[in-house]
Each structure stands twice: as structure tokens, then as C-alpha cells.
Design a binder for this molecule. Structure first.
Ligand SMILES: Cc1cc2nc3c(=O)[nH]c(=O)nc-3n(C[C@H](O)[C@H](O)[C@H](O)COP(=O)(O)OP(=O)(O)OC[C@H]3O[C@@H](n4cnc5c(N)ncnc54)[C@H](O)[C@@H]3O)c2cc1C
Length: 495
């Protein structure tokens, strides 16, 4: 086995990869140019994807006594949908997953174990700004008429009642799953509401959580998300003052886990093929490596697995799940000002609107009070193709919310997930007919291939918490089999 140079924190965080950097191998979404015979290796378990889920799984397996684990990561950095960006000297922000709720117990425990602290959400004194149908309101927003407020309550009650019917983590098993999955949220809201404002909060929750329009998501998918986070209130609370972020950025969790895993993590190593015939070991191939192993864990969004060839072909349900899974690529930008100027006008930096390219904005100013930082979200597809063009339209949106002072940014740091080769999307809005039909294949192992990634989590799927829980679940699923086969010892009995 060839020795690899030690991975430094800088390489893990920023992507200055050592051996296997994709530049060496010309890898991109379109594939890689093979430049010689495959290097052969063996391992007990191969984990594909060094996002939170894959790294947690690898760590748990080592803790369980597995002798050799290799993590193959396509990018030249770890963290997947989490990425820390520096917006000014020593001030880190999250270009991907950021906020953690007090209910996210597994990621909070992981952070504590890894020595990563938490940072409270920015001060939220002052008023939000709303911009709907070109009308700007700074304050509590438009007051609902009684009829609209009643309608919103009724819509919430109906959705909560449907969520209560769903079995946890298996919405497809609900007696009315097929019925709920036939209809889009657009049609359901049209059939169940008569006022635009009555249903607006729910449309906002769809946009915020899934980055999509109501006709792009089925009723079953939406209600399953309500169940998964523990209630509609949580999806509608666009920002929650109890939320925290992770000190140094949430990518720090993956960086620390990768440091512990050391040269078991191979960056710049996109997996192209998994061969799992009943006889012989499983074979996992990249453009330069072939690893023979006992089992493999695929830890990514189902849609991301479209870039891997499976031999033999996956069963119809699993192949259909991967083919029909939808990821929505978000856009997130941090705009830095000398001071949080909006606070002088008694605004709290929260802004929500329609008809603008960035429709959700929050104050992300550090606790020290400077620099002032706004974080803005939008739909990747609606933004210009060039970085300059995006900066221009995002700034103009900020002006429409906060006035001309928004032009005086000193720094602009963006994360355009649409342009990322190895992530299909940031959230998973599934249209009618997908979840009820293909959902049962989400976690079901296929031969010796096991499935991780946040979307497979029974709770908080699509969140970093879901990624951690899925990593723990898939590691334990594999460990049980290894114990049964006598590959690893049974855990010592306590007492
Ligand atoms: C803009 C944005 C905002 C978000 N906000 C929040 C938030 O505030 N709070 C929250 O909890 N969550 C948030 N999330 C979601 C959260 O970040 C994700 O759910 C979580 O990080 C997913 O982790 P994962 O390990 O399951 O998958 P990923 O992070 O996607 O990891 C999968 C890994 O697999 C790799 N990979 C893909 N294909 C291959 C291949 N063929 N070979 C090898 N490797 C491959 C990828 O490069 C990636 O590193 C947000 C996400 C985004 C993008």
C-alpha cells in the first residue's frame, strides 16, 4: 500500500488535496480520464462520501471494532453540503448547512465530543421586512383578516392531523400514502383554501424548507417533513432564536472527524462503479483505485448516486428511487458591511419576499457586533450565470429590502450549489408519485450495499441532524451483520 502524505486541516477544509486530487485525474461531472492501471486495495468496509453522514458511519464502525475502513470522497474537501467560508479576518460563515436546533441532539452530542462549540443566533431585536407583490412593510407585516387567519389555522390543523397518521420514518406505509402522494401541494392548497394570504405561510414554509414552488412537491412529501421535524410549527418558524450554529462553521465537524480518520479518507476519489456479485468480495472502483471489501456504504442524497454504475443492476425500486429523486440546488450568499446598518432603523435583518431573487435574508452578524453580515438565500436556477451578475442582482434585492445603504458592502461571499459537481441539490422536494412508490427502497440494503445520507434518516431528514443519525444507523446496521458473521466481537456487556 502506498503511503500518503498526512492530510492537513487546510487541505481538508479548503481542498488543497494531496494524492488523488481531481486535477491530477481530470475528474468532473462528466467523468474522469483514466491514466493507467487501477491501484488495488482491500478493506473491510468502504464508505462512499465524506459528508457528515459518511464520516460518522466510518467513525462508528471503527469504534465497533472494524479493522479497516476506507472513505472515498469525490471532492477535494470533506463536509459535502457543509462548507465554512471566511468573510473577514477570523469570521467564518456557513455556505451550506448552518443552524442546529436544540432538538438536534445527535449533532450537538457529536459537536461536544469533537470539542466544537456552539454560537447563539444573531441578536434579533427590531422588526423584519416583508416585500410581497411589490409592497414593502417593515414591522409585523400585513395583518391577516379574521377569515385569512382562520383559514391558515384550518390548513395547519389538517396538515398536522395528516402528519400524525404517518408511521415515523416510513410515510409510504401510511394507509392513505398513495392518496396523499397523488396530489401536489399546489393543488391541495387550491382545494383547501380560498384566500391567497391564508395559505401564504405554508407556501413560504415550502419555499424555505425545499427551495421549490408548491406544484413541485407532493402532499405526502410535505406532510412527511412535518412529521420528521416534529410539527408544522418548526417548518414555519423560518428563523428560531433558540437555534445555534457551530463555532468555526459546521464543516469543522467533518474536518475533525477526517483528521481522526487520517489516511483512511481519500479525497478527489469519485466512485464510478460498485460490483457486488454474490461470490467474492464487493469491488468499489474509482478511476485510479479498485478496492475489494466486505460491504459498502453509500452516504449521499439518492440523486447523487446516479453517477455510480451498479453491477449487477439495482433492483427496480432502488433504481427508480435514485432516478426519480429530486434535489433543489440553493444559492446562499453572505454580504458583509462595516456595521449592521439595518439595526439603526430598528430592523432585525430578517427579510422575506416574493418577486426578488433572494427571498429569505437573515442577520448573521457575529456576537462582537462587527462586521455587519447578512445571509441571503435564493433559487440557484433563477440567478445569472456569472459571479458578477449574481452579485449585482443579489445586491439590488437587498436594496429593495433595506434601502440604498445595502449598496455599501465591503465583501461578498457566495456559495452557488447549482455549480457544484458532486451535489445534486441541497433539499429534496419530491413531486407526486415518488415517495409512496419508491420510498420503501430508501434504507433497504441491496446485497452488501448499505445506504446512508441525511435523506435516509427517519427523523430530521434533509438536516445535518439527519445526516448524523443516518450515519449512526447505517453503521449499526453493518456492525450487527459483522457481529453475526463473527467479523467483529460482540460489544462487552456492562455490569
Ligand atoms: C445552502 C444549504 C443550507 C442548509 N441549511 C441547513 C441548516 O441550516 N441546518 C441543517 O441542519 N441542515 C442544513 N442543510 C442541509 C445539510 O447541510 C445536509 O442535510 C447535510 O450536510 C447532508 O450530509 P450528508 O452527509 O447526508 O450528505 P452530503 O453532505 O451531501 O455528503 C455526500 C458526500 O458524497 C460525496 N459524493 C457524491 N458522489 C460521490 C461519488 N460518486 N464518489 C465519492 N463521493 C461522492 C459528495 O462530494 C459529498 O461530500 C443545508 C444545506 C445547504 C446546501
Amino acid at each position: 500500500m502506498k503511503l500518503r502524505p498526512p492530510l492537513t486541516r487546510r487541505a481538508l477544509l479548503r481542498g488543497a488535496a494531496g494524492i488523488g486530487g481531481s486535477l491530477l485525474f481530470g475528474c468532473g461531472r462528466g467523468g474522469c480520464a483514466r491514466s493507467g492501471p487501477l491501484e488495488k486495495r482491500t478493506a473491510d468496509i468502504v464508505v462512499i462520501g465524506a459528508g457528515l453522514s459518511g464520516l460518522v458511519a466510518a467513525r462508528e464502525l471503527l469504534k465497533a471494532g472494524v479493522g479497516s475502513v476506507v472513505v472515498l470522497e469525490a471532492r477535494n474537501r470533506v463536509g459535502g453540503l457543509t462548507i465554512s467560508q471566511e468573510v473577514s479576518q477570523g469570521v467564518m460563515v456557513d455556505g451550506g448547512g448552518a443552524w442546529v436546533s436544540p432538538k438536534h441532539t445527535r449533532i450537538l452530542a457529536l459537536a461536544e465530543e469533537l470539542g466544537v462549540g456552539t454560537v447563539d443566533a444573531a441578536e434579533s431585536e427590531g422588526n423584519p421586512v416583508f416585500l410581497f407583490e411589490s409592497v414593502r412593510v417593515a414591522g409585523t407585516g400585513r395583518l391577516f383578516t379574521r377569515a385569512e387567519a382562520r383559514e391558515l389555522r384550518q390548513l395547519r390543523d389538517k396538515l398536522e392531523a395528516m402528519a400524525a397518521e404517518l408511521p415515523a420514518g416510513a410515510p409510504w406505509d401510511a394507509p392513505r400514502a398513495a392518496e396523499y402522494d397523488r396530489v401536489s401541494m399546489f393543488n391541495w392548497l387550491s382545494d383547501n383554501s380560498s384566500t391567497v394570504w391564508g395559505r401564504r405561510d405554508i407556501e413560504l414554509a415550502i419555499d424555505w424548507t425545499f427551495g421549490c414552488q408548491p406544484h413541485d412537491i407532493s402532499l405526502l412529501r410535505f406532510v412527511a417533513a412535518v412529521k420528521s421535524v416534529g410539527g408544522l410549527e418548526r417548518l414555519m418558524a423560518i428563523s428560531d432564536s433558540q437555534d445555534v450554529s457551530l463555532s468555526g462553521g459546521s464543516q469543522m465537524l467533518s474536518v475533525k472527524m477526517a483528521e481522526m480518520l487520517g489516511d483512511r479518507v481519500l479525497l478527489g476519489s469519485p466512485v464510478t462503479r460498485i460490483v457486488d456479485h454474490p461470490t467474492g468480495p464487493v469491488r468499489v472502483e474509482t478511476e485510479r483505485l479498485a478496492i475489494e471489501c466486505g460491504r459498502v456504504i453509500v452516504a449521499m442524497m439518492p440523486a447523487d448516486a446516479r453517477r455510480i454504475d451498479f453491477e449487477p443492476k439495482l433492483p427496480e425500486l432502488k433504481a427508480g428511487l435514485i432516478k426519480n429523486w429530486k434535489g433543489s440546488p440553493d444559492y446562499k450568499a453572505h454580504i458583509v458591511y462595516k456595521t449592521p446598518f439595518w439595526r439603526n432603523s430598528r430592523l432585525n435583518g430578517t427579510a422575506v419576499g416574493d418577486g426578488v431573487v433572494v427571498d429569505f435574508i437573515f442577520d448573521s452578524t457575529p456576537a462582537s457586533g462587527t462586521p455587519g453580515v447578512l445571509v441571503a438565500f435564493g433559487a440557484g436556477e433563477e440567478l445569472p450565470a456569472t459571479a458578477e451578475g449574481r452579485k449585482e442582482v443579489v445586491t439590488q434585492s437587498l436594496v429593495s429590502f433595506f434601502g440604498e445603504e445595502a449598496l455599501d458592502a465591503i465583501h461578498f461571499v457566495e456559495m452557488d450549489w447549482l455549480g457544484e459537481d458532486w451535489s445534486t441539490g441541497c433539499a429534496s422536494p419530491l413531486g407526486p408519485g415518488v415517495l409512496s412508490k419508491y420510498g420503501p427502497a430508501l434504507r433497504q440494503p441491496v446485497g452488501r450495499i448499505h445506504w446512508g445520507g441525511s435523506d435516509t434518516s427517519a427523523e430530521f431528514d434533509g438536516f445535518m441532524e439527519g445526516a448524523v443519525r443516518a450515519g449512526e444507523r447505517v453503521a449499526s446496521e453493518v456492525a450487527v451483520i459483522l457481529r453475526e458473521n463473527g467479523v467483529i466481537p460482540a460489544p462487552a456487556k456492562s455490569g
